[in-house]
Every structure is written in structure tokens, then in C-alpha cells.
Design a protein around this ligand. Sequence first.
Ligand SMILES: *Cc1c(COP(=O)(O)O)cnc(C)c1O
Length: 462
Amino acid sequence: MSNSRRRSWAEPYKIKMVEPLKMTTREERERAIREAGYNTFLLKSEDVYIDLLTDSGTSAMSDRQWAGMMLGDEAYAGSRNFYHLEAAVREIYGYKHLVPTHQGRAAEHILSKILIKPGDVVPGNMYFTTTRLHQELAGGTFVDVIIDEAHDPASEHPFKGDVDLARLREVIDEVGADKIPYVCIATAVNMAGGQPISLANLRAVRALCDSHGIRIIHDATRVAENAYFIKEREPGCADMSIAEIVRALCDLTDGCTMSAKKDALVNIGGFLALNDDDLFDAARNLVVVYEGLHTYGGMAGRDMEAVAIGLHESVHYDHIKARVGQVKYLGEKLQGYGVPIVVPIGSHGVFLDAKAFLPHLDQDVYPAQTLAAELYLDSGLRAMERGNVSAGRDPETGLNRRPRLELVRLTIPRRVYTQAHLDVTAESVAEVFDHRDGIKGLSMVYEPPQLRFFQARFEPLG
Ligand SMILES: *Cc1c(COP(=O)(O)O)cnc(C)c1O
């Protein structure tokens, strides 16, 4: 028996500073969610117990990062922290030139402006909201070339972030290489649920792009998380370090946009990195228009120092194993309770399948929105709807889009919560699951014209 005794695992850090959480009663939560129009985006953070709304900018910085903040050189030009960040980007990602920005979408903005002409086409492995919007604002059209499995919540494909090479070849043949300024490759594809691309697939994309003279730009926001899955799953990669895999991924691309609010473990920051000297010149000219001088680009010196240190921490094996491991822990616990979730469990959150959770609700009474509100009522847990409300209306018919995926996202901030918080989370979801038959839907009583999920208001049915 003793040979098979379970050995526990714990987070690879200890707590030096605490932020007290407010505990609320059921009555207080009923009032709070009613006042928020049953929309978790409209809750006050203070009324939330465990906040799994997003992992963007919500990470806990390390003692080293905080120490780095004290070394901020707040010179307008040539801050020493810029050179530290530049060195970190060169060492870890291998890109030659750095253009700092205030966050990821600012890097996307500048990149889109320098590379995309009206009428261009940008193929990519699934869209991301801000990335696609900037491509469109520059006059481009995004074309999804991710494999079909990425759209199926039940497919266990190990690399659901892979590109469908036949589809990409078709797009190149249809529109011509001169209309494709670059192929956009995301690592740990966010909108697919944090699903990785394999090194083998990216190598094949590189070969195809090389034969047509097309660039590859990398959305590196979650590259370390992707590298962890490659180490775990891809044949021949088990003995590579996370840093080696990250470098191998980046070396197959010509530059990157980065939201430092994810992998890099800071609360604000981002950058654009490029290998080409002329493109770098163009980007550096634009960053002074939209962000700030090219040696700070919207970040304080102390912020750049924290990003530089966070980039190094992001490729530590113990860190990334624990980060992805927490997500896996929560996901497996929920599977143990029979709760329907998207598989394989992704890099940054667990996605509840609200259609399977609440099969008696029609999509137009918003099962995922309803479930997110019920979770808050049960325990003060805050999640995010990713379904019919987020998808909005079809501009042609004016009807709800009723997307295939009707999900509630439980996103795990990095280094913020303990395994005990995840236990409380899983138990709360299980409790709501036990009482799912009695749950009625919501009707939308206020609907903003754009990005309605942020500010829409609802009332309970029945
Ligand atoms: C968050 C995110 C972005 C946008 O970055 P911001 O810092 O929020 O502007 C772009 N791509 C991916 C994959 C992201 O997760």
C-alpha cells in the first residue's frame, strides 16, 4: 500500500504579503448581482471572493520583480530598464529589435499599420478580439486557418492550435502571396481555450511561408505556456528546457506582438519585437506617435524592469508547471464531479460547457450568462461568459449569433490563488451543478450596440 501512497503537490512559492478578501453572505450577493444586472463584468471587485474573470494583468509579481520596481530609471530617454528589457527579449525570444508599448493591443496597432494595406489578407490560427480588430482597421481581412478540431469542445487533439496546412496553401493560392503581408501565429491559442501549436506544425508553416516569401508574426503572449505543452506532449521534446522550446518557437518566426500582462507576470505592459531592420525603423517612427519615445513606449522605467524579470521567470520549469498545473488540477476536479468542460484542459483556464450543463435552457435565455451569475450567488466566485452574449448579433438578420460554443470561463490568475481556493471553486461549481434543473434563464433588458457583453443588463426569468 505504502508504495502507491499519493504524494501531494504544492505551489512553488510562499506568501510574503497578503491581500484580504471580503467574505459575503448569500443576501449580500443577491443584492450585488441584482445591482450588476446579472453581469459579472458589472460587479465591484470588492464584492468578489475568488476572481476568475481573467488572467490578464491579474498576476502576482515576485519579490524580485518588486525589487526591480525600485530600480526604475524614469529618464525620458534611454532608461537603463529599456536596455534590460531589450537584453531579456534578445536572450529569451531571440528577436533583434524591441519596441516597447503600453500593452499588447498597442503592439498590434503599430504592426498592423506598418504591414497591412487595404485589401490584404492575414491568415491566422484563430482570431483574437483585439488582434483581428487592428487588422481590420488597417484594411485587412482575417482568415482562420486553424485545424477544425479547435472548434470542437470534445476533441482531444493534443495540438488544437495547429494550422491546417492545406487550408493555408489554398488561401495563398486564392489571394496570392503579395496580398498576404504575414501569417499570424498565436501560441497557446486563447480563443480556442489555451490550446497549443506543435513545433512540427510551425516548422511546416515556416517552410510553406518561405516558399512564397511570406513573413510569420508570432502572438507570443502565451508562448511559455505553449512550450510547456510541447515538452509534455510532442515526440522528441521531453528533454528540451522550456527556454529552449520558447526559443525554437520564436526562431521560426520573424517578430512578435506581446501582451506582458499574461506570461510575463506583470500588471501592465507589452511590446513589439522584429528582426527586420527596415520594419523596425518604421515601427519606431510610429511608436512615438501613439505610445511614447521608443525607449519607453508607454511604460514607466520600473514597469520595463518588472517585465524583464518576469520574462526570465516565465521560462522557469517549476513556475510554468505549477501555472498550467493549477488549471489542470481545477479541470480534473470538475471532471471528477461530472461537470462538462472543454477538453483537453487548456493553459490558462477551465471552460464550462454551459449547453451541456443547462441543457433545458434555450441559447436565447443565455445559459452561460445565467451560469456565471449562479456561480457568483453560490460562493462569490466570478467567472466570464463566452457564448451568445459575447458573440453579439448577426448584422444581416439582427438575430443573436447562437455560437457553437456556449462557455463559462474560469480563468486562473498566475501565482494568486492556492489549491484550497481551487477546491472551493470546484465545490461551488459542483453545488450549482447538483441544482441545475431548477435554474431558469435570463432576459436581456439593456443591450449596448457594441461589445455588448461588457455592459449588458439582465433580469431573471420566471
Ligand atoms: C490579452 C491578449 C492580447 C491583447 O493584449 P492586451 O495587453 O490586453 O492589449 C493579444 N493576444 C492574446 C493572445 C491575448 O491573450
